[in-house]
Design a protein around this ligand. Sequence first.
Ligand code: GTP
Ligand code: MG
Length: 204
Amino acid sequence: MKITQIAGFLGCGKTTFLLKLSQVLRGNNERKIALVVNEIGEIPVDGKIMEESDMQVKDIGGGCICCEVATTFAKTLSGLYRAFKPDHVLVEPTGVAVPHQVKLAAKMGRRDAKLSMGPAIVLFDATRPAELLDMDMLGQLVTTQIKDADILAISKVDAVDAAEAEDSAERIRKFNTTADIVHLSSFKNLGIKQLSQRIIDWKE
Ligand SMILES: Nc1nc2c(ncn2[C@@H]2O[C@H](COP(=O)(O)OP(=O)(O)OP(=O)(O)O)[C@@H](O)[C@H]2O)c(=O)[nH]1
Ligand SMILES: [Mg+2]
């Protein structure tokens, strides 16, 4: 069971991507997928659609899966393994979560389940790079997320021109010199197959 997180600041397109990605990753029933979403308040995903497509969806509330409810998160993962045995679990942390802490929390569940870690995919919203990287505001958190990424996805590239997307890529490259940068548009189905394949091929 490979655990992959889709991280990134609030509103960067995580849920939209997660839903598209889960369909592609599932293929023609080739792989069993479960989703774990950490959102406080709103119901994040359409449970009915997911039931129809034979996916398990777990919604964890009451705090962040990388701190307050880390134990619940770890238990949810081992519970999923025991009851459902998915090939892949896609995790959407909250927009303020720190990816390496989410990884650590996921690893707590390892003792009694065959878990492996997939990549931390961190989305960066191409429509507002300056605001996200403003060091007096969001920058401290957003750059921490970028540094923790195994793969960086410039999201919503359909909403900006090519030069703007490239500008976002150059800005975030400064904070993470090793992660691959992929251009992503969930609306235009750009980058989703590529990211799905990266998850399948990923070795810890
Ligand atoms: N133009 C464009 N907009 C997108 C894309 N993906 C998501 N959005 C929009 O961005 C907004 C936020 O999308 P979500 O998928 O809810 O983002 P999120 O990161 O899950 O948000 P939180 O869970 O609240 O942090 C919504 O209005 C989406 O319709 C995309 O590929 N292109
Ligand atoms: Mg979301």
